[in-house]
Every structure is written in C-alpha cells, then in structure tokens.
Design a protein around this ligand. Structure first.
Ligand code: MN
Length: 309
C-alpha cells in the first residue's frame, strides 16, 4: 500500500530532518535582505527545511521607520503556502489580488493562503517609529495546495495566561485554547511573552517543535538560545521548560511532521522543480493565475531558479 507519510511511519523510516526522539539542535539565523531592510531568517536552514508544516520564518527588525516606504515590499507572487504575519511593533498595509486592503497592527494576525497562485504587496503606512514583526510560511498539503487563494484578518487572537507570562495562540491549539485562523494541517504557532523565571509550556509529543527567540535569551536544557537562533526540539516532548533571567519574547512553532518533502524557490512552495519554473515563468509573463494587485509599489520580478541557468 502506498500513500502519504503517516505519523506512525516516522519511527520506522524517520526523515533525515525529523528525528523521532527529543533532541536539541541550535542553528544560527542567516541574515537576509527583503526589499530595503535586513531580516533574520531562522527557517529554512540547510539542515532544517520544515518544522511541522512551517517552512519559513523571518524576523524583521526591530528597526526605526523614519522614511516613507521604509518597510514596504512591492507586489510579488506566492504558490502552495500560507503567509502568517504578526507584528510586535509598527504597521503594514496588506493588498492582494483578491482585492483585500487590510492594515495590520500588533496583536492582529494576517493569514493569506496562496493555493494555486496569489500576489500581494505589503505597503508602509504613515506610521513612524519602531517596527518589528515576523512573517512565517506554512507549506500547504496536497489536499489544498492547488485550490483558489484566500485571505483572513483576525483583529484579536486568543491568549493563554501562563504562571510566568502570556502565550498568544496564533495558529492551532495550546492548553485548550484555539486560534480562529485557518489551518490545513495539524500545526501550531504561539507567541511567548515570558517573564524572568522558568516557564513550562505544554507540548504534544506527536508534534515536532522549535523555538525562535525574538528578544532576550532563554535557556533550554542548559543551552542558551540567542535571538534569531532556531532551537529545534524534535518529537516526543510533552512539555518544555524555558528559563529566562530577564523578560523574553519568543515564538514556538510545531506540528505533525509534514506529509512530504517540499521544494522551495523564491516565494514558491511545491513538490517539484518544474512547478518552481512554471510559477517563475508565469509571474514574469503576467499569467492569469496570479492576478493584479492595486498597489503603488513596483511589481518585483521572480528570479530564475539557479538550476535553469
Ligand atoms: Mn509575500
């Protein structure tokens, strides 16, 4: 019998990047450029492509916005993924090919599902001051990745009071609290705002997890995790102790190991290189699959995949 990888398959034939036992693997972020500003990219890394369905994690800022369009990103395409945008400070204006025009502020969540194809721009607003946020991508499963695009804005996101801090459930479920955000696979994303001391976070042992520190430092099993680093925790944990000597802001991501390996290029997630080439060519030739965005920012061409050079 053939079919997608199941959780019970993982013990027999663990993928190279999804160990079946708890572990701690700390990988430094790579500094990347998005438009005119620097970001710390924690996922994907050469040694770690996915954590559950999470396949991309950029930490933007903190930066001081003094210029018009200081944080804007022009119109660009996506396929096969969801973008999850969460700000700690500042503002952005989302516009997409569905006609969405949605400002986002701290405490709110934007979730765009690309499916077969979508394009969007993230524009600066008149806001001036500190800007900081994260953008994550979730790989879509085979069941939904060819579907029509969609967009959701959530003005409020549920919070869980911990003994020593607040957990905000961006996607999925933690300690019985559920996010309203769409979820095509079994995964979670949680913002952790922790005070000094030890915080114990309940985890599902059938999920793999990782922690990314945004501000401050935490200690996990005696190892210090600095801002930007990805602390990959593996499967099989039912709780996690995070120790901080000062307040810390971090993200917890996790989920059931993804159903298949993914191929990523530029802003596209798929299963084959041919899909990446088709999406690149489609965007650069104005194919209907991506539509038009009503934005004053420039359209950003998709770079050719290196294997086609
Ligand atoms: Mn984007």
């Amino acid at each position: 019998m053939s079919g997608p990888l199941r959780t019970e398959d993982a013990d027999l034939e663990p993928r190279a990047d999804a160990p079946a036992t708890p572990e701690l693997e700390i990988t430094p972020a790579r500094e990347a450029r998005v438009g005119s500003h620097r970001v710390r990219r924690a996922l994907p890394r050469r040694s770690r492509r996915t954590v559950g369905a999470w396949c991309f994690l950029d930490h933007m800022g903190p930066a001081t916005v003094t210029e018009p369009d200081g944080v804007g990103i022009g119109t660009h395409p996506h396929i096969g993924l969801q973008t999850v945008t969460w700000l700690l400070a500042g503002e952005l204006l989302h516009r997409d090919t569905l006609g969405s025009e949605q400002p986002i502020r701290p405490g709110q969540l934007n979730l765009m599902t690309a499916g077969h194809g979508v394009a969007h721009a993230e524009e600066a607003t008149p806001y001036r001051g500190t800007f900081q946020g994260v953008q994550l991508w979730v790989a879509q499963p085979e069941a939904t990745r060819h579907d029509a695009p969609a967009f959701e804005h959530h003005a409020a996101i549920p919070r869980v009071e911990l003994p020593r801090g607040i957990a905000t459930v961006l996607v999925g479920e933690l300690a019985g609290t559920h996010s309203p955000a769409r979820r095509d696979t079994d995964h979670i994303g949680v913002d952790l705002d922790l005070w000094a001391g030890v915080s114990t976070i309940p985890l599902r042992p059938d999920h793999e997890h990782a922690v990314v520190v945004l501000d401050g430092t935490v200690t996990v099993a005696g190892e210090t995790v600095a801002p930007g680093s990805l602390a990959y925790l593996g499967l099989g944990r039912d709780e996690l102790d995070l120790e901080a000597s000062d307040p810390v802001r971090a993200l917890l991501v996790g989920g059931a190991p993804f159903e298949s390996p993914v191929v990523m290029w530029s802003n596209f997630v798929g299963r084959t290189r041919d899909e990446m080439v088709a999406a690149t060519d489609g965007w650069n030739t104005g194919a209907d699959r991506f539509g038009e965005v009503d934005s004053r920012l420039d359209r950003i061409p998709a770079p050719s995949p290196p294997w086609t050079a």
